[in-house]
Design a protein around this ligand. Structure first.
Ligand SMILES: O=c1[nH]cnc2c1ncn2[C@@H]1O[C@H](CO)[C@@H](O)[C@H]1O
Ligand SMILES: [Zn+2]
Length: 382
């Protein structure tokens, strides 16, 4: 092996590399053990399993349905135990700690405040409890030697009619823990243009938003999200592949929408494992991320729902390394893309890239130098 051979990153290197996560649902990332404890506390009796390991497996299998609406049904159980300030605080704190432990240095975590009002909390109380939880999680992570910064994205549910109200809430808390807005939920039948008033309001306020689009529905959904609603980023956006033609000789032709997405550097929040579960992609090897990366779209790698997908940022990267042979340089490319696309101010993104991400990868990339052992003949071998 020569020193020029790009070694594939090991699982340990992947975990230690600085990672940036833009698409992760708070109610899709609870620890199974926490769900069980919280269910006990609030008297929720509908959990399908009462042992943590089995419950984790249940979520993964139930979410493996091949359909987004059925995937989303599993959130009834997590939302049911996230109705009090204490529960929201704990879930948010554990979320930040779990991500930090996995090497995530910056994360934007989303949730729908309107889904946490069943026990009488106000929207503001929900946001404040989650914010305090994230701050606590950041502090605890630091105590364990891990640095992480977490911002919240407030999601409105696309089948409901509270988007403007949630957009106003996001705007009210924008200097206080909330960095942007999103819409989520079943895509087919619920086009983003139903919520134009919310997006127009946010644009007038110079605020940021991403839209789940091009996951369970195709190009019209992406087109609306960008050209009618003005989304800064696309949640998933994998179906942009429908606007790209690959000829038998390997030449590639981009349609107008795919060209626009690439030319304007619209960030795509790819979530490979989640896409396999909802049948938005057939396998890792066939996931559009492979082609889109070659074509230099602004791609980012994300988890979507760590509980339902039994995943983490490290695991998503492990799958990509195994499937596409991505190196630490590729990982750095995805990570810098994500940091460039975050909703925090430009100077902070730049500092994260230059002071945290690049030095982190430089350190990992130089490890091979120190792994060599000197043989008796004086030459080096790996
Ligand atoms: O991949 C997804 N596509 C669309 N909606 C989703 C996805 N993952 C989660 N949610 C929805 O977002 C809500 C707020 O976090 C969750 O309760 C779930 O219904
Ligand atoms: Zn999502």
């Amino acid at each position: 092996m020569t020193s020029e051979t790009p070694n594939l990153p090991t699982p340990d290197q992947i975990r230690r590399s600085p990672k940036v996560l833009l698409h992760d649902h708070l109610d899709g990332g609870l620890r199974p053990g926490t769900i069980i404890e919280l269910a006990h506390k609030v008297g929720y009796e509908n959990l399908p399993e009462t042992e943590a390991d089995k419950l984790g497996i249940w979520f993964r299998e139930a979410a493996d349905s091949g359909s987004l609406p059925r995937y989303l049904e599993t959130f009834a159980h997590t939302c049911a135990v996230m109705q009090t300030k204490e529960a929201l605080f704990r879930v948010a704190s554990e979320c930040a700690q779990d991500l930090a432990e996995d090497g995530v240095v910056y994360a934007e975590i989303r949730y729908a405040p309107e889904q946490h009002l069943e026990a009488g909390l106000t929207l503001e109380e929900v946001v404040e409890a989650v914010n305090e939880g994230f701050r606590e999680g950041e502090r605890r992570a630091r105590t364990n030697g891990n640095r992480i910064r977490v911002g919240a994205l407030l999601t409105a549910m696309r089948h409901a009619a509270r988007a403007l109200e949630i957009a106003e809430l996001a705007n009210r808390y924008r200097d206080n823990g909330v960095v942007g807005f999103d819409i989520a939920g079943a895509e087919a039948g619920f086009p983003p243009t139903r919520h134009l008033d919310a997006f127009e309001y946010l644009k007038r306020e110079n605020n940021h938003f991403t839209i789940h689009a091009g996951e369970a529905f195709g190009l019209p959904s992406i087109w609306q999200a960008l050209q009618w609603c003005g989304a800064d980023r696309l949640g998933h956006g994998v179906k942009i592949i429908d606007d790209i033609e690959v000829a038998p000789d390997g030449s590639v032709k981009l349609g107008r929408l795919a060209s626009y997405v690439r030319d304007k550097r619209i960030p795509l929040e790819m979530c490979p494992t989640s896409n396999l579960q909802t049948a938005a992609a057939a396998s890792y090897a066939e996931h559009p991320i492979g082609l889109l990366r070659k074509l230099h779209f602004r791609l980012t790698v994300n988890t979507d729902n760590r509980l339902m997908s039994g995943t983490s940022m490290s695991r998503e990267f492990e799958h990509l390394v195994d499937t596409f042979g991505y190196t630490l340089d590729d990982m750095q490319w995805f990570t810098v893309n994500a940091m460039k696309s975050a909703f925090i101010p430009f100077d902070e993104r730049l500092a994260m890239i230059n002071e945290v991400i690049k030095p982190g990868y430089a350190e990992l990339k130089s490890e091979w130098l120190f792994r060599q052992t000197v043989s008796t003949s004086g030459s080096v071998s790996v």
